[in-house]
Design a protein around this ligand. Sequence first.
Ligand SMILES: [Cu+2]
Length: 476
Amino acid sequence: MKQIFCIATFLFTLNTAVANDVSIENPIIRLMPLNAKMTAGYFELSNKSKNEEVLIGAKSNSFKNIEIHESKKDGDVMKMLRRNSVSIKSKSDVKFMPMGLHLMLMNPVKNIDENQEIVITLIFESGKNLDINFLVKNMNEMKIAKMDMENDSQCSDMDMGGMKMGNMMKNMSRPDYAFPVGVKGGKNMMPKKIMFGYKYGNMDMGCCKDSTSTVGQSFIKGLGFTMAPIDMEMDMHMFSAMYAVNNKFTVMSMLPYVKKEMQMQKISGMNTGKLHNTSSTGIGDLSIAGLYKYSGKSTIKLSLSLPTADDDEKDLNMMGALKTLPYPMQIGSGTYDVTLGYSYQNINQDWSYGAQLNFVKRFDYNSEDWKYGDRREASLWVAKPISNFFSFSLGLDAEHQDNIKGKSSQRNNNTPTWNEYYHSHFRVSANIGLNFRLPKSKSRIGLQCGKPIYEDVDGPQMSPDFKCNFGVSTMM
Ligand SMILES: [Cu+2]
């Protein structure tokens, strides 16, 4: 009997600390995503004594810094104010809870796991120090006092620019927080974070389209060409690095490695029917970009593409002579190109949607006296998490590309790919994608594939059969 009593007492003291006249109940720490720099501690404090008690601070070996905060509503925005002390009148209780008083636990010494116990010492003006065992809880799963995460706003200001951090942290751990991998945007990150990414893109194109219809070799021959493209495949390996300078501004750089292969066929004259393959490979144009967080949901991007790649790729022609390859086979634009981008994402409780716009403007002409046309792109998507780690997306892309401006001195009239007026197109593609967030890490994997569903082109020009993107990224 005595033993049972002892166990009962022991269990009781796990959640309740009684020190003379002050008792603490339900001490919990909110579980935060891995590597989060802040979290909050909650408890109920009762002062049973005849004197007022004043809490003046807290300390712990597990956090570099602890402050007493109070969240207050200022209009529509929740603000956190630092409190130097909290007084608890005689025979009264004070609750430290979400959207109210809390211990702001900053810079954890190491990662915190669910159900871990962490000792925090509460310091009182009277000289009393209470060592309290706090339990780390995933508060999303707790239904106490209707702690609605949607409205919760622990840490709403500080360096977060008015963002609802509790909510944001939850969103950041969602698999659909990352854009579908084929979307070219990019978003701001937590300050001082670095992200490395690798993306592989593959596009397979067939021949050919004109206006909204498919055209064959007889059409191309009828225009006087002697060669027709049959198939083109593009592989792109894109390496990227991002660094968040502060909570508003992120810098980014991207360098692609590109491989293009084209199969052509002789369609008239000597050697009719003969196939010929050409290819070009190399480091593409380096781009550097700045991302500016316009609001919690939208980002503006300005990027500059530098002509680091070769714009005069050559390969052997059918006669065995080394010749400059047509426009679509070049690796770089040879021009300084500026892209203005805008992205928007809204994350709801169990789904999300987003949009991304890009305007590509090309300045000047390259050393070969031509430039690719300007380009406008739009992407729309909806995404739904199917677990904590996987999300599924459906999207539409639209691209509007202008014709080539200027003329290469190396051009010929044998093939439509060398004709400057057969490059403009408007194309809408449908995409399907999967995002995966690796458990217990800051890494993500994405896969997205798409296919054109509407095309209106100045042709004959090649058109994609499908395109796929695969990407991995990791944050540190
Ligand atoms: Cu706080």
